[in-house]
Design a protein around this ligand. Sequence first.
Ligand code: ADP
Ligand code: ADP
Ligand code: ZN
Length: 217
Amino acid sequence: MNVVLLGPPGAGKGTQAKLLGKARSLVQLSTGDMLRAAVASGSGLGRKAGDVMERGELVPDELVIGLIAERMDQDGKASGFILDGFPRTIAQAEALDRLLAGRGKRLDAVVEMRVDDEALVKRITGRFACADCGEGYHDPFKMPKVPGVCDRCGGTEFVRRRDDTEEVVRARLMAYHTQTEPLIGYYGPQGKLRTVDGMADIDTVQEEIVEALDGKG
Ligand code: ADP
Ligand code: ADP
Ligand code: ZN
């Protein structure tokens, strides 16, 4: 099955996509991760995207659509995709429908994760990740079990995203409300939209998502 996780910055899309990917053997496609890799590699695309991302604005549609198309071809044998952070505009949603149809696939469900703006700011300003394996953490909601040591790989270096400052988060939230929230009106009438309460703890949200998807694919 192919699923979109829709939600504002810090809603828990990446956290839930990883858990769901493991549970259902689906491949996680995160445009944010792909763009950060492009920026780190210094590619032409990375240079175009970097400044926009630091301002908390959206990268042009054609760039992210191209990234997703490329990745879908690389992972063509996957039993399905979890799209995390894509689509973020109506134009991207329309492109996704075309990309899937062109590969004989379809979008099965869109899970909207609802979290209040003030809680989002706390999620984002507390977010950090393992520098070696990328495992995501939160101070104080998801600290490594042994202080300073990554649960997954034993790494001891951690990083924070450059755009995870309170100021840039406000800009990202604005972009979400104006450019991404209209997707709710796009998917609702298609009968694909499921809404979960993203304010609950990580395991409870995962259970809610699995329930919302049950009976689909
Ligand atoms: P978050 O996890 O906080 O929602 P992401 O990692 O998904 O953030 O995205 C980080 C930044 O990358 C965004 O603020 C935006 O600049 C850019 N970006 C990611 N995905 C998209 C997309 N689908 N369309 C446009 N810009 C994107
Ligand atoms: P997104 O990909 O939507 O931007 P993340 O999955 O990166 O969000 O989560 C943002 C931060 O909040 C991370 O530090 C993560 O560990 C933490 N987090 C995720 N889900 C929850 C939750 N349900 N309760 C508390 N903290 C959470
Ligand atoms: Zn690690």
